[in-house]
Design a protein around this ligand. Structure first.
Ligand SMILES: Nc1ncnc2c1ncn2[C@@H]1O[C@H](COP(=O)(O)OP(=O)(O)O)[C@@H](O)[C@H]1O
Ligand SMILES: [Mg+2]
Length: 365
């Protein structure tokens, strides 16, 4: 029996923890391969950056420690529990209290009216997948401030969608883009600059320039993956408003290698939960779209639904809770692929076809 069959959702012993579990991993040495920003933020004051706390009685050394722990914005200070802030070396309860007070002065995290909320939601952008049919299925493309997860078997196009999004994220809004940069955390070694180049050609943008706008890092184990997420959040904070997309291809692969068997399942789910809770915050904090790929496992219980060889995503309900939109990808005839909305609370479980071309994801002609 494979690991996939053993690790069944209903056997999954880990429920969402009541208290959030923001991990305070520390920055690794710079492993993100990056070029200097093409359009860096010009020295303007960012009231949401933790540096601003210095004007509110927090000393520079403590601000540095916050940044090293991946807490780079005032909003992130507010989204992190006191318990987790106290885990930073040298942070006493009194210090954390003072920090929370200073953050509260700078950013209102209390009630707003429904109208104010609707104004905030206007900031949400959609990034096209390259296929109008697929976009139509998910409300115009993948959304910022949300996590979109694609799962499916090998060669269904999960990685090709990721590459296409990295290019389209850079296009102007009128072209279905996000007018921003992309970051790609590659856990399987499948990022291909050649693919980016040919997708860029399809959209008539300079291949080199489009590669310059993508930060790429290879993650070697699940802890390293977490370090890279911390690091990328720091980059998002430094270059505020510049990034629109974060890809993690795949979210789960390294966890499955690092934790094996039922004995380590609960630890795996806890670590995965920490990572996802961090990602949910990053999506909202920086108004970026997060695209995750995931693997499938057979679902013997699904046989009751009369589907031949039913499949379901790995990761249990922890991943289900974190993802706003889940797409199940499968092969169709020839080069055709089919995406199906999976398990959505508010969208019908519709399907759309798409195809993979030299220029990335396209409509089925
Ligand atoms: N340049 C290309 N032109 C057309 N199809 C391609 C190209 N490169 C890869 N593909 C197709 O993409 C598929 C693999 O997709 P991929 O995203 O790597 O799958 P997954 O990540 O789901 O395993 C293959 O079936 C391959 O035929
Ligand atoms: Mg892949």
């Amino acid at each position: 029996m494979s690991m996939d069959q053993v690790v069944r959702d209903k056997n999954d012993p880990i429920e969402e923890e009541e208290d959030e579990v923001t991990p305070l991993t520390f920055l690794s040495s710079s492993s993100l391969v990056a070029s200097p920003p093409a359009f860096a933020v010009s020295g303007k004051i960012d009231l949401n950056h933790v540096d601003e706390l210095q004007n509110h009685g927090i000393n520079a050394a403590d601000i540095t420690k916050l940044k090293q722990a991946g807490v780079c914005t005032i909003k992130c200070v507010q989204m992190t529990t006191k318990k987790n802030l106290c885990r930073i070396k040298g942070f006493s309860e009194a210090k954390v209290e003072k920090l929370k007070e200073a953050a509260a002065k700078l950013h209102n995290a209390s009630f707003i009216t429904g109208l104010e909320y609707s104004v905030q939601r206007k900031k949400v952008l959609t990034i096209s997948t390259g296929s109008k049919q697929l976009d139509g299925l998910i409300g115009g493309g993948i959304q910022t401030m949300a996590i979109t997860e694609a799962f499916g078997e090998f060669r269904t196009g999960k990685t090709q969608i990721a590459h296409t999004l990295c290019v389209i994220a850079q296009l102007p809004l009128e072209m279905g883009g996000g007018n921003g940069k992309a970051a790609f955390i590659d856990t399987e070694g499948t990022f291909r600059h050649e693919r980016i180049k040919s997708i860029a050609e399809r959209f008539g943008i300079d291949a080199e320039a489009s590669l310059e706008n993508i930060l790429v890092a290879r993650a070697y184990n699940s802890e390293h993956q977490m370090d890279l997420i911390t690091e990328v959040a720091a980059r998002f904070a430094e270059e505020r408003g510049i990034f629109r997309l974060l890809v993690i291809d795949s979210i789960i692969a390294l966890f499955r290698t690092d934790f094996s068997g039922r004995g380590e399942l609960s630890e795996r789910q806890q670590k995965l939960n920490q990572m996802l809770s961090r990602l949910v915050k990053i999506a909202e904090e920086f108004n970026v779209a997060i695209y995750l790929t995931n693997q499938v496992q057979s679902d013997p219980g699904g046989g009751l639904t009369f589907v031949a060889d039913p499949k379901k995503p790995v990761g249990g309900h922890i991943l289900a809770h974190a993802s706003t939109t889940r797409l199940y990808l499968r092969k169709g005839r020839g080069e055709e692929r089919i995406a199906k909305v999976y398990d959505s609370p508010d969208v019908p479980e519709a399907e759309a076809p798409y195809a993979i071309s030299a220029g990335g994801i396209v409509d089925v002609s």
